[in-house]
Design a binder for this molecule. Structure first.
Ligand code: BGC
Length: 365
């Protein structure tokens, strides 16, 4: 075993040193997997599952994480191209990835946009994701249920947060949530404190509630600011938070304010991803809900799609709904495959996370 390790180590040194000359790196890689960041936990799981699925199908695969830095991610993708990748699976940082997607297209390399649509590009054909509008609808539903809005006799107060302004998914999450909340806002049962876009199309207000690069510190600072200003004279009943990382940052900010400094006093806070710390918060009653998007399932589906594309076969992805009309990059409509998200509250977290083997009971201790 040692000998094998040593010889493959030497071989990779030789190849990296370019002793075989230009172009000889080709064939080192079949599938390049570019993930946007690691500060949101899910992407590490996505990366690991994608490598596992691709390797199980006999492909040479490599994953790289872009640290929310588009020029870094573009460099990583260029490296995959240099290594001879036949196909790229890209969870993009932002639309700046378009230039390397064009380079890939020129070389005949197929690209699958993974989880996030690559906007403003006409240079790829496939997109695989979860039904992101539904993710938002579940968040809206969580607020309606958590605040018992259908039987509420007094006005409830909510403040709104959205994801990264450069992530197309952030629009879908927000619009899905608002499709559920808008009637309650219009009837006056629910009142928005702070900026109040009714849709992601209202860019001037949406920008005010968006969270640059999905950063927890940005959301925490904005929440602290809200508590001291717009929300100074009210008690917030709910916060629309687009994912678990931001939900916990918002909860942390609330806990420093005497109005919300115990579990019972916290507002109803939504989330998404099923991060382990948030599942514990849900169990303990600190976070109201999350939306689970099984990264194992998405990775498996993406590699099934990749395999079909590489072999020039018709993709058959169990559990995915094909949509050939809704996802327009701004330059073309891409063939999309949508998986089903799951709404999770205290009532079903055990069934969803432990029974499915996503987390062990120990991990949730
Ligand atoms: C993903 C979410 C994730 C967020 C931040 C979105 O594009 O769909 O699952 O929480 O990015 O990484």
């Amino acid at each position: 075993m040692k000998k094998i390790l040593l010889s493959s180590f030497c071989l990779s040194l030789i190849l990296t040193a370019g002793i075989y000359g230009n172009g000889q790196n080709e064939g080192m890689l079949d599938i390049g997997l570019a993930m946007p960041e690691t500060h949101v936990e899910r992407w590490q799981n996505d990366g690991a599952s994608l490598v596992e699925e691709a390797t199980a199908k006999g492909y040479k695969a490599e994953v790289a994480f872009g640290d929310a830095d588009q020029s870094k991610q573009n460099q990583q993708i260029q490296d995959f191209i240099t290594k001879g990748a036949k196909l790229l699976v890209i969870g993009s940082v932002n639309e700046g990835v378009g230039s390397v997607v064009s380079d890939a297209a020129r070389e005949g390399i197929e690209v699958i946009a993974y989880d996030r649509l690559i906007v403003n590009s006409a240079d790829y054909d496939y997109y695989i994701t979860f039904d992101n509008f539904k993710v938002g609808q579940f968040q809206g539903k969580g607020i309606v249920e958590g605040l018992k809005l259908d039987s509420a006799t007094q006005t409830k107060y909510i403040t709104l947060f959205a994801g990264s302004p450069t992530d197309n998914n952030a629009n879908f999450f927000f619009d899905g949530a608002m499709s559920v909340l808008k009637p309650y806002i219009e009837s006056g049962v629910l009142k928005v404190v702070g900026p109040a876009p009714m849709s992601s199309m209202d860019k001037s207000n949406f920008t005010k509630i968006a969270t640059e690069n999905w950063r927890a510190d940005v959301a925490k600072a904005r929440m602290e600011n809200l508590l001291n200003n717009d929300a100074k004279d009210v008690v917030l009943d709910a916060v629309l938070a687009p994912n678990d990382t931001l939900a916990r940052a918002i909860i942390e900010a609330c806990m420093t304010d005497a109005k919300y400094d115990s579990t019972e006093k916290l507002p109803v806070v939504t989330g998404q991803d099923g991060e382990v710390a948030s599942v514990k918060y849900i169990r303990d009653g600190k976070q109201y809900m999350t939306v689970f998007k099984d990264t194992r399932q998405l990775a498996k589906a993406a590699i099934l799609l990749a395999d079909a594309i590489i072999k020039d076969q018709t993709p058959n992805i169990p559990g995915a709904r094909m949509d050939t009309t809704s996802y327009n990059t701004g330059k073309k409509v891409v063939k999309s495959f949508l998986l089903e998200p799951i709404m999770v509250t205290k009532d079903n977290y055990k069934k969803v996370f432990i029974d499915s083997g996503y987390y062990s009971a120990d991990e949730l201790q």
